[in-house]
Design a protein around this ligand. Structure first.
Ligand SMILES: Nc1nc2c(c(=O)[nH]1)N[C@H]1C(S)=C(S)[C@@H](COP(=O)(O)OP(=O)(O)OC[C@H]3O[C@@H](n4cnc5c(N)ncnc54)[C@H](O)[C@@H]3O)O[C@H]1N2
Ligand code: MOO
Length: 401
């Protein structure tokens, strides 16, 4: 058996980041930026008012009250064209350009208007409520660095920097193939001795959440010809993910089929759940073969598929992060496999995270994976643990997992 880290390193070393494509800025949420976003405008382009009021010369109103002649109006988007001379003011609104000759804004609450004149009652400091040109950014400033996963704030800044289109890393195309004569798609007639497939759709959701483009190929039978034909559907994908048929049974054919058409390593990984895992290539498409047990396939997705997608997206590719938590139940000594126990995670009175592993941990129990708040990680040969001891957990933080 090989350790989890070794398997992950092998997978990552055989994947290379994908190229870029252009998408509209509004379609770029959740995409990875392929090149720096530099401002194509200066914002604000010229000095503008930050308040509704009057544009004045500060020197004119150093002694208050002071009465000025209102010579015109500057609404946002349509600035005053003339020059403000001594003794004059321009009625101005938030976002409007500061008229030539004016240097400060008096807010309307500090004035009294009467016909074509205005009396200023509070003296403004020089530059009061004036936003200088380039206060936010200047032409050429780098707003968002390449490699950033774009969120709504980034979309706003990129749009404000005048980018209708952005170059982003192409979404990894991940083909997903479930295998097994015993499984049917949800909603299809369920034959005698058959069960409903959960893995392919769970993996599809996982891929989408992680930034990939899933393509569910369907369910391949436990028979060479059918399996070979279904695998051919993965042509053009950046990665083929299979579930089931990874073990040593007579009907576990994935390894044989893939091995004949490409190259495939079969590993036993020192982890539970998720011991049998395959990795290799077929027709130059990398293949990740996950175990069929539903919880094993999802834990393997979290540990291996997530980082693999991150690598294809050119992002830092590493396993999920752990954090300390206080154990809420005693645990027996662990054997040589690294354990990933489904656990509820709660916060106790002093703010410490409390991990309560479920008593049953069979890798067929998807319902417990959904109830869990995270995985309690136990290293190989971890000694018996008592409630109250500190352990490491992987909280399910990603909104899509
Ligand atoms: N003699 C041994 N038997 C097994 C070993 C072993 O080392 N020696 N390993 C066990 C472990 S650990 C695992 S994990 C499983 C992995 O088995 P496979 O990857 O070959 O998967 P299958 O046999 O096809 O299925 C296992 C289990 O999962 C159910 N399944 C399969 N696909 C789906 C799906 N899409 N949705 C829902 N459930 C699915 C399937 O019906 C089986 O119950 O092997 C152990 N055996
Ligand atoms: O790896 Mo299996 O996942 O222990 O059931």
């Amino acid at each position: 058996m090989i350790p989890v880290e070794e398997a992950l390193a092998k997978i990552l070393s055989s994947l290379t980041p994908l190229g870029a494509e252009e998408v509209s800025v509004e379609a770029a949420l959740g995409r990875v930026l392929a090149e720096d976003v530099a401002a194509r405008v200066t914002q604000p382009p010229k000095p503008v008012s930050a308040m509704d009021g009057y544009a004045v010369k500060a020197a004119d109103v150093a002694c208050v009250p002071a009465t000025l002649t209102v010579i015109g109006e500057a609404p946002a988007g349509r600035g005053y064209q003339g020059m403000v001379e001594s003794g004059q003011a321009v009625r101005i609104f938030t976002g409007a350009p500061l008229p030539d000759g004016a240097d400060s804004i008096v807010i309307q609450e500090d004035t009294e208007a009467s016909g074509t004149s205005v009396t200023v009652k509070e003296a403004p400091a020089l530059g009061n409520y004036v936003r200088p040109a380039g206060l936010d950014f200047r032409m050429g400033d780098i707003g968002i660095p390449a490699g950033k996963l774009l969120n709504a704030r980034d979309i706003g800044l990129a749009a404000g920097m005048n980018h209708p289109w952005l170059r982003v890393v192409r979404r990894p195309r991940i083909a997903i193939l479930a295998t097994g004569d015993e499984i049917v798609r949800p909603g299809d007639p369920i034959g005698r001795d058959q069960i409903v497939s959960s893995n392919a759709l769970a993996l599809s959701a996982f891929v989408r959440g992680a930034g990939g483009e899933p393509l569910v190929l369907g369910i391949a039978p436990d028979e060479m010809d059918g399996l070979t034909r279904m695998i051919a559907g993965a042509r053009g994908a950046d990665l083929l993910v299979t579930t089931g048929g990874a073990s040593v049974g007579d009907h576990d054919l994935i390894q044989t089929v893939l091995g004949e058409a490409g190259s495939l390593d079969f590993w036993k990984i020192a982890m539970r759940p998720g011991k049998p895992l395959m990795f290799g290539k077929i027709n130059d498409t990398p293949v990740l073969g996950l175990p069929g047990n539903p919880v094993s396939s999802m834990v393997c997705a979290l540990l291996f598929l997530g980082p693999a997608i991150a690598r294809l997206l050119g992002q830092a590719a590493k396993g999920p992060e752990t954090q300390p938590a206080r154990l809420a139940a005693d645990l027996k000594p662990n054997d040589r496999r690294q354990d990933y126990l489904r656990a509820t995670l709660t916060i106790d009175a002093d703010g410490t995270m409390l991990a309560t592993p479920f008593a049953k941990q069979d890798s067929s129990q998807f319902s417990l994976l959904t109830k869990a708040g995270g995985l309690l990680v136990r290293p190989p040969h971890d000694p018996a643990r008592k409630a109250g001891e500190i352990v490491q957990v992987i909280p399910f933080r990603d909104s899509y997992f």
